[in-house]
Ligand binder design. Structure first.
Ligand code: SF4
Length: 216
């Protein structure tokens, strides 16, 4: 577990980003314009984890900067949050060509970067956006059944609160998902307010994936 001070956290995150830039652990770097390690506050209370960079992200090196990113900004506002308050990243740090789904081997190759980002930031809440990031923490869950519900997940000797949510791109394609997504972000804001105010919150415990989450 990282025992970093604020400056150390900033430096440690920069170090991860530098390693991502030079990473050749899977073949995705070959087709990518640049890496997209993630961005935001090193002191974030909430870390958002999406799937992989898309076209715009690959062009600019910034996570969630296309249409889904614009929606994410609006959703963050529903939770009384701004981009600068949170940290946003993806399971994969280079773009899969044609926006295809990530391969299990690519997710495994890239795993340590996300694990380290979480370890450094130590957020109060991890929000997964879409099924690939949800599967990292809740491999047997169905997004339609668990979205918006906080879960305790144990790994790396610590209990983390994970809230699975739909990917904003799915909300752009489907009106019903959009409504659910907006409700989930409003609930996220209320949940955060409660835990910051020392209020009582109900969080279910997820035990099944301890072994699958190997935080370094
Ligand atoms: S996607 Fe991840 S594992 Fe693959 S080259 Fe990029 S940083 Fe390395």
């Amino acid at each position: 577990m990282c025992r970093c001070g604020d400056m150390d956290k900033k430096e440690e995150l920069a170090k991860v980003a530098e390693e991502v830039k030079k990473c050749r652990k899977c073949g995705l770097w070959r087709g990518a314009t640049q890496s997209v390690p993630g961005e935001g506050s090193f002191d974030a209370q909430v870390v958002f984890v999406g799937e992989a960079p898309g076209f715009h992200e690959d062009q600019r090196g910034i996570p969630f900067c296309g249409a889904a990113g614009k929606l994410l900004d609006k959703l963050l506002a529903l939770a009384q949050l701004e981009r600068g308050d949170v940290f946003i990243t993806n399971v994969l740090k280079h773009r899969p060509s044609g926006n295809r789904d990530p391969l299990p081997s690519e997710i495994e190759a890239c795993r340590s970067f996300l694990d380290r980002q979480i370890e450094i930031i130590e957020p109060k809440i991890i929000v997964t956006l879409g099924r690939f990031s949800m599967a990292k923490f809740l491999p047997n869950a169905l997004i339609s059944q668990v979205h918006g519900q906080p879960r305790f997940v144990e790994f790396g000797g610590k209990e983390w609160i994970v809230i699975p949510m739909y990917h904003p791109a799915a909300a752009l394609r489907n009106g019903k998902i959009m409504v659910a997504e907006q409700e989930d972000f409003i609930k996220l804001g209320e949940f955060l307010e409660k835990i910051n105010g020392g209020g009582e919150v109900k969080v279910e415990k997820e035990k099944e994936k301890e072994e699958q989450l190997k935080l370094i």
